[in-house]
Design a protein around this ligand. Structure first.
Ligand SMILES: [Zn+2]
Length: 364
């Protein structure tokens, strides 16, 4: 029925099979280096290796692919051994137990348990804003979901969280016209950095310059346009589409990114933060939680400043990034020195992520 999923470690060959224009576009943005790592395992290890990796041969010769985004200088290392492992998993009942045992936290009664911003609160249908107690910027707010369990969300709810956050940004901007750089983020469960378990997202409105990673992406895209006379985000999408790594939903474009920051990273690109994009975000999170067994994730939304600024943001779309942060009950952190200072080491296969997304979107 369905074709076997392609592997990211075959990326070099898959790129060679592209049409010349697609290959040229790919090579403008990415460099792929394929290699093989070999080892010799003592007999005493064979049983253990078979149990975890299927066969001794699979471990003795491992194909590895290093993918570098030459425009943004993001880099990923994929190992066949890791990438070939199945991704399906489900949230265990002990996780649900932990979540439910926290009912009654300050976010369950936000009017008593949280402060409000100097301009008050924004009331959504499924949420209420609060001011963050320990701020990371002049304006740093929270969208507190009515629903305690962060893994229980609806399409309407997610649209409401974003609409409420954007309303909050306009209120903040009315208080301080210099604050123009909006940033929306969602840390879900402690593995992702969330200190409160109750479902909530965060937003900031900053002054002067956007956050370094967003500004870096703006500059990279600007240099790309100067160098190649093309929109970086358009080309990034086209390259992923040629490889079968995209899904379109109305005006929103989704791609299983080949230089992900960590596991299963999906990028959503849209001209505006419109309802199509909000629905697509919901579908991606639904896919993560229901199909790919994700329980802890980070989401960030980049967009143009909400008022005029001196620097050039033309051609910069709304970009949403969503990444799996691993099993909340695993004590080992998913980010090590490699991820912080070298390249991200990735176990998931972007082709599998794209297949899962396509499957869910095809169901409507
Ligand atoms: Zn709660």
């Amino acid at each position: 029925m369905s074709l076997p999923c392609r592997s990211i470690v075959d990326l070099g060959e898959l790129v060679q099979a592209l049409s010349v224009p697609d290959r040229e576009r790919f090579e403008r943005i990415f460099r792929v280096n394929s290699t093989v790592g070999e080892l010799r395992a003592p007999d005493s290890m064979h049983e253990w290796i078979k149990k975890y990796f299927g066969s001794v041969e699979a471990v003795q010769r491992q194909r590895i692919v290093k993918v570098t985004n030459l425009i943004t200088l993001e880099g990923a290392l994929f190992n066949e051994l890791r990438a070939s492992r199945p991704m399906e998993a489900r949230a265990g009942s002990d996780l649900l137990q932990t979540i439910l045992s926290n009912v009654g936290d300050p976010f369950c009664q936000p009017l008593e348990g949280t402060p409000e911003d100097v301009f008050g609160r924004v009331q959504g249908k499924h949420c209420l804003t609060a001011s963050n107690v320990a701020k990371c910027d002049t304006f740093h707010g929270l969208v507190i979901a009515n629903e305690h369990n962060p893994l229980v969300f609806s399409a309407e709810g997610i649209r409401d969280y974003l609409d409420t956050a954007l309303k909050w940004a306009r209120k903040a901007h009315n208080v301080d016209k210099e604050a123009r750089y909006f940033f929306f983020l969602w840390n879900c469960l402690w593995k992702s950095g969330a200190s409160i378990l109750h479902g909530h997202t965060q937003m900031t409105l900053g002054r002067g310059i956007h956050y370094a990673k967003v500004e870096s992406l703006r500059r990279a895209a600007l240099l790309y346009r100067i160098g190649h006379g093309a929109n970086y985000f358009e080309d990034l999408y086209t390259v992923h589409k040629a490889l079968g790594l995209t899904v379109d939903y109305q005006t929103a474009r989704l791609l299983a990114y080949i230089t992900p920051i960590k596991e299963k990273e999906v990028l959503l690109i849209s001209e505006r933060p419109d309802d199509h994009l909000k629905h697509a975000i919901y579908k991606v999170l639904q896919c993560f939680v229901e199909r790919l067994g994700v329980t802890s994730f980070n989401l960030a939304l980049y967009m143009r400043p909400i008022d005029s600024v001196p620097e050039d943001w033309s051609g910069f779309p709304v970009v949403v990034r969503v990444v799996d942060r691993g099993d909340p009950h695993n004590k080992t952190a998913d980010f090590g020195a490699m991820e912080l200072y070298g390249n991200s080491v990735i176990s998931s296969n972007p082709f599998q992520v794209a297949d899962a997304l396509r499957g869910l979107f095809a169901e409507g």
